[in-house]
Ligand binder design. Sequence first.
Ligand SMILES: NC(=O)c1ccc[n+]([C@@H]2O[C@H](COP(=O)([O-])OP(=O)(O)OC[C@H]3O[C@@H](n4cnc5c(N)ncnc54)[C@H](O)[C@@H]3O)[C@@H](O)[C@H]2O)c1
Length: 252
Amino acid sequence: MAEFAGRVALITGGGGGIGRATALAFAQAGARLMLGDLDLAAVEETARLVNVAGGEAHALRCDVARPAEAEALVQAAVTRLGRLDYALNNAGIEATQEGTARLPNEAWERTIAINLSGVFYCMRAEIAAMRANGGVIVNMASALGLVGFAGAAAYVAAKHGVIGLTRSAALEYATRGIRVNAVCPGFVETPMLERAGVTSDPARRAMIEGLHPMGRMGQPDEIAGAVLYLCSAAASFVTGHALVVDGGYTAR
Ligand SMILES: NC(=O)c1ccc[n+]([C@@H]2O[C@H](COP(=O)([O-])OP(=O)(O)OC[C@H]3O[C@@H](n4cnc5c(N)ncnc54)[C@H](O)[C@@H]3O)[C@@H](O)[C@H]2O)c1
């Protein structure tokens, strides 16, 4: 898309499944990229894939749960690439898979710190960087930001929080050229689900697939497409929206 040519996009969690797919999609559309991730080797690999394909991507190690590191990532985008047009706050960790009454403090705190506070720290810095020229922020929520899931209380609470944060910031900047939206994927085949034991165990895989009326999980590319749509001029009147991309998961 010509409108992305030369523009700058920042992606957190750029070393992972959805982050990497979105980085490649942005690069293919002509955007230049600043990628952050806790896992430096993974995000450097994404940058390498983008650069080999003829794009421009820079990789930085960043823990989004640390405000100073989130701010440094945003600053690096502006310093190295000269501007910030789009930001995808996507870094996140999987659910602990423990009942609420047995959920340890550390698991609760870590999930909220990364999946909710991390989005806030990044968004705060991105809004400051976008004030001059406007921009678009997309926060990675989940279908589990809209409905509950047994054994995932902290994850579900964090993702519901991301949608609230998105709507509030959208209202604050609606007249100032900054659109803020969220994406709510169903289950997507990424390393996160491998770690959670969903994709490797045939019985669990079939159970999760069966939760989606389409009878399958999503692919990272299908989420990347939604992110690019929200960033594009085609979505110029869309703000404060939580876009469901879930194969019908939340439709019933
Ligand atoms: N895969 C799914 O089924 C699914 C569904 C809905 C929403 N999501 C959300 O999509 C986002 C991406 O998930 P994914 O499935 O691609 O997972 P993934 O594990 O493949 O990628 C997540 C990336 O985030 C990075 N990360 C983790 N903690 C971090 C931190 N503190 N600071 C910076 N980076 C950090 C990881 O190193 C990893 O590269 C997450 O927010 C996740 O909650 C995933």
